[in-house]
Design a protein around this ligand. Structure first.
Ligand code: ATR
Length: 280
C-alpha cells in the first residue's frame, strides 16, 4: 500500500501541492499517495489525529493552521520555531517533527533557479506578517549583508527585526517610507497587498547590478503578465520573479524530509511558472 501524505488547509481546494508531490513521486520512483484535506477551522488537531490513525506518514500545513501546527509537534526544527509556524509535519511513531521549509524554498529558488546569489546581498523585505516571519531565518543564514524590513505598521517590522538582531547581518525595521530608500540587490514582497489590488510603492528605491524583485504571491491569472508591483520593478531595470518557484522548492524540501530523496524541480518549474519569470 502507498504511504499517505496530505495537505491540511481551509480553504484547500486551490492547493497545487498534490500535483507537485505526485510529480516528485513519479520522478523519484517513490510510492506515495498525497491528498487535500479540508480541516474545519476549529478541528485541525482532530483532523490530523484522524489522518495519523489512518496511517498518514506526514503532512503539509497551509493557512490558517501553520501556527497551530507548532503545538502538534513534539519536536520543532530551529527554522520552524523561529518562524513560529510549521508547514511540514513528519509522523514517526509517537514522535511528530514540525518543520518549516518555506524559507529554504525561497533561498533555493533565488540562488539556484534564479541564479541570484545571496552572499553579501542587501535585502529589502516588504511586509512583517506571517509570510515574512516564515522565511527570515534561512534568509539571514544565507550570508546576506543586510536586511531591512519595511511594513505598513512600522512597529511590527521593528519587532520582527529586533527578534533577529545580532545574528551576523545587520537587521533593521521601519515603515513603508523614506527608511527603505537605498540601493538593494534583492527586494521581496511578503505583503498580501497585491491580493487586494494594492501594492507597496517602489518610489525612492535604487537597484544594484543584477537586482531581483520577488513577489512571494503567485497569482494564477498572472501567467501572461506580471502584477503591478513586478511591472514597476521591471521598469526600474530589475529582474522579476514570483513565488511559484518557492512553492515548488518548499515542496521539494518537504518531500526530501519525508522520503530521504531530493526530487529534481527543473522540469516541473518550467511547466508551472510563467514565461516571464526570471527575466527583465
Ligand atoms: P501573511 O501571513 O500573508 O503575511 P499577515 O500576517 O496578515 O498575513 O500579514 C499581511 C502583511 O501584508 C502585513 O505585513 C501587512 O501589513 P500590516 O502589518 O501593516 O497589516 C501587509 N499588508 C496587507 N495589506 C496591505 C496593503 N494594502 N498595503 C501594504 N501592506 C499591506
Amino acid at each position: 500500500m502507498s504511504d499517505r501524505y496530505a495537505v491540511f488547509g481551509h480553504p484547500v481546494a486551490h492547493s497545487r501541492s498534490p500535483e507537485i508531490h505526485a510529480e516528485f513521486a513519479r520522478s523519484t520512483g517513490q510510492d506515495i499517495r498525497y491528498e487535500r484535506i479540508l480541516a474545519p477551522l476549529d478541528g485541525f488537531a482532530a483532523a490530523v489525529a484522524a489522518f495519523r490513525a489512518a496511517g498518514g506518514r506526514g503532512a503539509n500545513v497551509t493557512l490558517p493552521f501553520k501556527h497551530e501546527a507548532c503545538t502538534l509537534a513534539t519536536e520543532l526544527t530551529m527554522r520552524a520555531s523561529d518562524a513560529g509556524a510549521v508547514n511540514t509535519l513528519r509522523f514517526d511513531g509517537e514522535r511528530v517533527l514540525g518543520d518549516n521549509t518555506d524559507g529554504a524554498g525561497l533561498v533555493r529558488d533565488l540562488e539556484v533557479n534564479l541564479q541570484r546569489p545571496l552572499r553579501m546581498a542587501r535585502v529589502l523585505m516588504l511586509g512583517a506578517g506571517g509570510a515574512a516571519a516564515g522565511v527570515l531565518l534561512p534568509l539571514l543564514e544565507a550570508g546576506i549583508a543586510s536586511l531591512h524590513i519595511a511594513n505598513r505598521s512600522p512597529g511590527r517590522a521593528r519587532a520582527l527585526a529586533g527578534r533577529h538582531a545580532g545574528r551576523g547581518p545587520s537587521v533593521s525595521g521601519g515603515g513603508l517610507d523614506d527608511s527603505m530608500h537605498g540601493t538593494w540587490d534583492v527586494v521581496i514582497n511578503a505583503t498580501s497587498a497585491s491580493l487586494s489590488g494594492e501594492m507597496p510603492s517602489l518610489e525612492g528605491l535604487g537597484f544594484g547590478a543584477d537586482a531581483l524583485c520577488y513577489d512571494m504571491v503567485y497569482a494564477p491569472d498572472r501567467q501572461a503578465l506580471p502584477g503591478p508591483f513586478l511591472q514597476a520593478a521591471r521598469e526600474k531595470g530589475a529582474r522579476i520573479a514570483e513565488g511559484m518557484g518557492m512553492l515548488v522548492e518548499q515542496a521539494a524540501e518537504s518531500f526530501t524530509l519525508w522520503r530521504g530523496v531530493r526530487p529534481d524541480t527543473r522540469a516541473l518549474l518550467e511547466r508551472m511558472a510563467p514565461a516571464w519569470r526570471g527575466g527583465r
